[in-house]
Write a protein that binds this ligand. Structure first.
Ligand code: R5P
Length: 314
């Protein structure tokens, strides 16, 4: 097995490599002065089972091109199987025609990855499970829910009787329910969020009882932070004791950390390390991280050994 890291999140790749006791293969992935990406794999990969680890996070297009060009280099170097390990799969929110004359970019990205030569995809908490169907190659979609459930139990020192899990929108109910189940069937509430404009969220109603509860918002992506800050405000207005948020992918675009730091209703946000934080996000005391290197390493080990991946979540 060979592990190759793109430049988007080398820290996570090194964590995975250490857990698998399999150092990252030597590869040069750099950008020419005109912005073109150049890749040179410095080791023989002929006949190898290769895993390319790259989140297509900001800068999404550069990171995507790195992934595609690395896969192309591996195909031409006769790797026997190439798995694109994409802890954060960018463009996932463009998964349908949101309006007339708009693209389905998630499908285009899936086509690009397949055409470049990937044989399999391994990812975490896809924005919508159906995106797996955009790929005509096997796709394993891991869930970070167990990692978060463990963190929540630790944060509440095991006392989770007065915890309610809240989905920040109707689309996230299945995800929230799976967390509630892992926390011993805690009650569920739902925020009826409407988006009048892309990137701007507005809370409408809270469905379910949040009064005197410690509420846990559970989402796949925090980008501007608007969804979580607005939801936290609305939940506190309904009499909750506290609101914290657990989110798989900390996209945290420009200014999100400031919005989160200022949001009085929100105690903290815990994200996974699928995306490397900027120094500003790193410095924000309200944003914490949990590691998903162990989850990814175990899935890679199982894929390499042809073992079940789904049984990781039984
Ligand atoms: C939307 O469906 C996603 O699950 C997230 O709720 C959304 O992407 C978060 O975006 P923001 O942080 O910009 O409100």
């Amino acid at each position: 097995m060979k592990l190759i890291s793109g430049n988007s999140n080398r820290k996570l790749s090194e964590n995975i490599a250490a857990r698998l006791a399999n150092p990252l293969a030597e590869a040069e992935i750099r950008t020419f002065k005109d912005g073109e990406v150049f890749v040179e794999i410095k080791e023989n990969v002929r006949g190898e089972d290769v895993f390319v680890i790259q989140s297509t996070s900001n800068p999404a297009n550069d990171n995507l091109m790195e992934l595609l060009i690395t896969i192309d280099a591996l195909t031409r170097a006769s790797a026997s199987r190439i798995t694109a390990v994409i802890p954060y799969f960018g463009y996932a929110r463009q998964d349908r025609k949101a309006g007339p004359r708009t693209p389905i970019s998630a499908k285009l990205v899936a086509n690009l990855i397949t055409t470049a030569g990937a044989d399999r995809v391994l990812t975490v908490d896809l924005h919508a499970g159906q995106i797996q169907g955009f790929f005509d190659i096997p796709t394993d979609n891991l869930f970070a829910v167990n990692v978060f459930a463990e963190k929540i139990r630790a944060m509440h020192k095991g006392d989770i009787d007065d915890v309610t899990v809240v989905s920040p929108d109707t689309g996230g109910v299945v995800r929230a329910r799976s967390l509630s189940k892992r926390l011993g069937n805690r009650p569920l509430a739902i925020v009826d969020k409407r988006r009048e404009q892309a990137g701007v969220s507005e809370v409408m109603h809270i469905i379910g009882d949040v009064k005197d509860r410690h509420c846990i918002l559970f989402d796949d992506i925090v980008d501007s932070g608007g969804t979580l800050c607005n939801a936290a405000q609305a939940i506190m207005e309904k009499g909750a004791k506290s609101v914290s948020a657990y989110v798989t992918h900390g996209v945290l675009s420009d200014g999100a950390h400031e919005r989160i730091a200022k949001a009085k209703a929100l105690t903290r946000i815990v994200t996974s390390d699928s995306i490397l934080s900027t120094p500003e996000v790193e410095a924000c005391k309200k944003i914490e991280k949990v590691e998903i290197g162990g989850l990814l390493a175990e899935a890679i080990r199982r894929i390499a050994n042809e073992e079940s991946v789904s049984s990781l979540f039984d």
